[in-house]
Ligand binder design. Sequence first.
Ligand SMILES: C[S@@+](CC[C@H](N)C(=O)[O-])C[C@H]1O[C@@H](n2cnc3c(N)ncnc32)[C@H](O)[C@@H]1O
Length: 267
Amino acid sequence: MAAYVHGYGDRERQRLQDQAETLVELLHADTVYPAGSAVLEVGCGTGAQTVTLARQSPGAGITSVDVSQASLRLARAACQTAGIGNVAFRQADLFALPFEPGSFDHVFVCFVLEHLADPGRALACLKRVIRPGGSITVIEGDHGSAYFHPDSALAHRAIQCQVALQAAGGNANIGRQLYPLLAKAGFARDSIKVSPRMVYVDGSKPAWIEGFTRNTFTAMIEGVRDQAVAHGMMTQAEFQKGIQDLLRTATADGVFCYTFFKATATL
Ligand SMILES: C[S@@+](CC[C@H](N)C(=O)[O-])C[C@H]1O[C@@H](n2cnc3c(N)ncnc32)[C@H](O)[C@@H]1O
């Protein structure tokens, strides 16, 4: 992975947590694995999704891997605090997974492909460890799906800074590509189901204003300010106004829309 655009700081850990808590119902309600099944979570990070995954499928045995030891430590702690007992953590690079072919019934991967230079090769590596008849679930965002009221050219430019910076080793607009990526990786075309999950936030949804518009999306864009300014993409003042305009959409008469993509496929 190229330099991880969001970094591994406390603020990013909190952002991933806010994101996971706000999006639990929208993204995870329909992911339930049968008791006794072996599930591999790839790129578990600080465990923001792991706790939900494990709670939703208490009878499944979940193995959660990440390249970052520091994140794995936090993920372990999060599961301990939540009283989760069906997850084993292990450090591993998804491009060189230390598992035999066909070791898992299901693979789950959330917000990871967007950070990889070669998501197609990643899916091929994940496919190797799924048993025949097993499944993969992939969840990704797509920053091209962000639109809002009041509209703002500077807010769109600030979002574009994040997209351009991430393009060095990933793709912030990858959600729309899940079907072709899975098909190319060899998952049966008629088994691939992509379900767009739209977040719609207006003044009647204070929890979403806080949890998504402010603390997930705007916090993420704000996180690239220094890099964007250092690369001369926007001036400090322009970027700051873009952020202010995003926050303006999180007020009583503002509206913010964003679409995640969730795909499932079987072998
Ligand atoms: C945006 S975080 C998502 C974490 C978690 N899935 C979530 O949704 O909160 C991306 C994670 O992928 C991990 N990652 C990136 N490249 C990886 C690789 N080659 N193998 C394993 N993990 C990787 C990063 O360390 C990071 O923890």
